[in-house]
Design a protein around this ligand. Structure first.
Ligand code: FAD
Ligand code: SIN
Length: 554
């Protein structure tokens, strides 16, 4: 018998979304089981550089932030979601400050001479960044290590909270639904999840009143990505297998400027650097962004990434250059200490040299379809953060709106989920694991044996990432999408065979999920017969304003 752990709220993921949601449930008095694969600090959150967007300066307005988000989203944002997110943002950011996140403050001297760069919150004056697509400076940041400042503060609070139990190095495998428990075809309510203990190989049954997916994005489906290894789209794949709706997966955001270096793991060069005046150039020294957009190097991300791709194809060069050398050296070092140090480590002094950069997969705009309370289409299952598709980002996410979305929806999920849990308590509805005639089904390993050849997993993983980069990248076509679909189908039969024949490992679980999200990206891309936002196809190179799909749903 594998162990069963029961909680009111089961939260999968310990990035900004999962930690914030867990704290919000726990502050309402519910016991929370918080689960993550690997180390709790690992995930995209800790690598966030630019910051968190929110209306903060007296020169800014909610209406302007809403408009910038809608413009970036290219007509596909859910306006209600944009409105609530932007309006509720400042209160959630204030909570982060109260929790101990050390956003960069400016000195009184700087404040006196540079009012447009600052935002005030009572006595505190914060430095505000500007990034592509933002008409105002509205991005609070902690130097260029914003994500780490947030992750650290949230983890500390979680650690101190008596209502939260953290289970690290546990990989969620699949969701448990009433349908699965009773062997029915419809999912019914979500009852929890199975998770593999990475160290012992044991599979646990996690039973809960509400389950929250905060498992992040799927950037690892691509060969080149800014994302850490955790970003294998596990939550999206699990939700899809459980029968939840997934949408808009064609909108994978490519960040225009990741460091191009033979020995560097993809390292992001924040858009905030362009916000301070850095410009993109070809290797021949030509400033090319003016040809593509009136905002030049600060155009929305989809435009910049595509322009770089076109310039690289036109010139045959393997990268372009980012020139920040005209910005005073002291200012660069003060505002971007981490980027400056990392470039120095790779032998580039950005104060006097141009930085070689390329686009890389960065953010999954699609995901588990979630409403204004973060509820998925399966009862009892919520999605928050990058795993969710709430409609905030539409066809292209505005820079620094991701951390914002995570905190706004963490609050909403806990409000809504908390009411559901209270109603269950008050009506005497049986708690988790007691609502069924039979107890939750145990994980069955069948006749699986220990995996012999890890190498096969690595080879399959690499094949998926190569083919997604080559066939489902920044510029797409019908022919390439169909080819990707066929090759993924072939891989599917191989991966399914591993899955049933071998005892589970984290690598195998991630491979299966990565393949599922790759297939979902291709399916959604095939459904969209136009070019819009992040989805560009040579077969339909323009927007179809008459009969476009608002959302692709699979
Ligand atoms: P993550 O932080 O990725 O956390 C996912 C969690 O889920 C991890 O704990 C992981 O272990 C866990 N997990 C995943 N699968 C499983 C499983 N099967 N079982 C158990 N646990 C699982 N956005 C901004 O708004 N501003 C920025 O400046 C910014 N900069 C960025 C810079 C970089 C380099 C990157 C990669 C992203 C950046 N983004 C930025 C995007 C933003 O950081 C992410 O969208 C956001 O942090 C996602 O948070 P999350 O909590 O949803 O997921
Ligand atoms: C960056 O700092 O350029 C990343 C910001 C983001 O992805 O929102």
């Amino acid at each position: 018998m594998s162990p069963i752990l029961t909680s009111k709220a089961l939260v999968l993921g310990t990035g900004i979304a999962g930690l914030s949601t867990a704290l919000k449930f726990a502050d309402r008095g519910f016991d929370v089981l918080l689960v993550c694969k690997g180390d709790p600090a690992e995930g995209s959150t800790r690598y966030a550089q630019g910051g968190i967007a929110s209306v903060w300066s007296k020169d800014d307005t909610v209406e302007e932030h809403i408009q910038d988000t809608l413009t970036a989203g290219a007509g596909l944002c859910n306006e209600n979601i944009v409105d609530l997110c932007v309006r509720e943002g400042p209160a959630r950011v204030r909570e982060l400050i109260e929790l101990g996140v050390q956003f960069t403050r400016i000195t009184p001297a700087e404040s006196a001479e540079a009012s447009p760069e600052t935002g005030t919150d009572g006595a505190e004056t914060f430095s505000l960044h500007r990034e592509g697509g933002h008409g105002q400076r509205r991005i609070l940041h902690a130097d260029d290590l914003t994500g780490w400042a947030i992750e650290k503060a949230l983890l500390k609070k979680v650690d101190e909270h008596p209502c939260i139990r953290l289970l690290d190095h546990h990989v969620a495998i699949d969701l448990i639904t009433e349908g699965k428990a009773r062997k029915r075809n419809t999912p019914g309510r979500c009852l929890g999840a199975y998770a593999l203990n990475e160290k012992t190989g044991e599979v646990l049954t996690l039973s809960a009143g509400v389950t929250v997916l905060a498992t992040g994005g799927a950037g690892k489906a691509y060969l080149y990505t800014s994302n850490p290894d955790t970003a294998t789209g596990d939550g999206i794949a699990m939700a899809y297998r459980a029968g939840a709706q997934v949408s808009n997966m064609e909108f994978m955001q490519f960040h225009p400027t990741c460091l191009y270096h033979p020995t560097a793991r993809t390292f992001l060069i924040s858009e905030a650097l362009r916000g301070e005046g850095a410009v993109l150039k070809t290797l021949a020294g030509e400033e090319f962004m003016g040809k593509y957009h009136m905002l030049g190097s600060l155009a929305p991300r989809d435009v910049v990434a595509r322009a770089i791709d076109m310039e690289m194809k036109r010139t045959g060069d393997k990268h372009v250059l980012l020139d920040a050398t005209h910005i005073p050296a002291e200012e660069l070092k003060r505002k971007f200490p981490h980027i400056h140090e990392t470039c120095r480590f790779y032998g580039i002094d950005m104060t006097v040299e141009l930085i070689p950069v390329v686009p890389a997969a960065h953010y999954t705009c699609g995901g588990v379809r979630a409403d204004e309370n973060g509820q998925s289409s399966v009862a009892g299952l919520y999605a928050v953060g990058e795993a969710a598709c709430t409609g905030l980002h539409g066809a292209n996410r505005l820079a620094s709106n991701s951390l914002l979305e995570a905190v706004v929806f963490a609050h909403r999920v806990a409000e809504h989920g908390g009411k559901q849990l209270t109603a269950q308590q008050e009506s005497g509805t049986p708690g988790p694991d007691q609502g069924l005639a039979k107890p939750l089904p145990q994980w069955d390993t069948g006749h699986a044996v220990e995996i012999e050849e890890q190498i096969d997993i690595a080879a399959n993983w690499l094949e998926i990432r190569h083919l997604m980069w080559n066939y489902v990248g920044i510029v797409r076509s019908n022919r390439r999408l169909e080819r990707a679909k066929r090759r993924l189908e072939l891989l599917r039969s191989e991966v399914n065979a591993y899955y049933w024949d071998y005892l589970l490992t984290r690598d195998l679980i991630e491979l299966r999920n990565l393949l599922t999200v790759a297939e979902l990206i291709v399916q959604c891309a095939i459904l969209r017969k136009e070019s819009r936002g992040l989805h560009y196809t040579v077969d339909y190179p323009a927007k179809d304003e008459r009969s476009f799909k608002h959302d692709t749903v699979v």
